[in-house]
Design a protein around this ligand. Sequence first.
Ligand SMILES: Nc1ncnc2c1ncn2[C@@H]1O[C@H](COP(=O)(O)OP(=O)(O)O)[C@@H](O)[C@H]1O
Ligand SMILES: [Mg+2]
Length: 241
Amino acid sequence: MEPNTLGAQPTSPLTRIMAGIQERHPHVAPGPVDDAPSENEPGHPEYHRKRRAEWALKRWSAAVPPRYRSAEATLPAVQAWADRVAADPTTAGSLLLTGTTGTGKTYEAYGALRRIAAAGSTHPYEIRATTAADMNGLLRPNGSPRGVEEELRRLAHIPLLLLDDLGSAKATEWVEETTYRLVNERYNACRPTIYTSNLPARSSSVPDLASALGERIVSRLSEDTTVVAMTGADRRRRGAA
Ligand SMILES: Nc1ncnc2c1ncn2[C@@H]1O[C@H](COP(=O)(O)OP(=O)(O)O)[C@@H](O)[C@H]1O
Ligand SMILES: [Mg+2]
């Protein structure tokens, strides 16, 4: 008998099967079962991208309030920003959506977060959404059992943060200081944030973010932030909701 290339004394069932195959079909080389998977099979990059997108969209669904469940990023500038975050969150910078009440800022913000999830990028999809008012409450001395420093650390470290309605309440010195620390830490760590505000970033004629939150914060924001001014009527009054 020909010497068996897989060993003369097959022991395990698998070895015996492989030896049998080799004997009967010597031209068949052992190897991966499927070395050219289709995009619906494990091993194909598209298969894994889709699984990551499904997982991220589940996280998005868990974080989004019911009102914004159908949110989409509709503006080209917002879509482009979301695509940059999906490609590389460390170079995308932040997004500031400004506009009066009802122009669709929160909708657009959740839409951007959904678009990032749907991209199925390899970067971790962890999001946190809070209004600036809730954040201020949390970061007040005694505002949280975890303590201000721990809350601030969590907000600074989450890969994607939505900070809604920035500058809507009169900022105390304390709020200004903690907001600055958060904005600055996220800026230094190159973590993207979506800010929304009823106020324009800067204006000489109407109240602006710089006067509500302090020049320091707005100058930090202006360094790496895509500003998108949303216009139009109040969608809530139009009954579009
Ligand atoms: N592009 C859109 N398509 C459909 N509904 C929208 C759109 N943008 C906003 N809305 C709806 O209009 C209402 C106001 O939008 P919202 O994002 O809350 O405004 P803002 O945050 O600027 O005050 C919400 O009920 C929202 O779901
Ligand atoms: Mg809003």
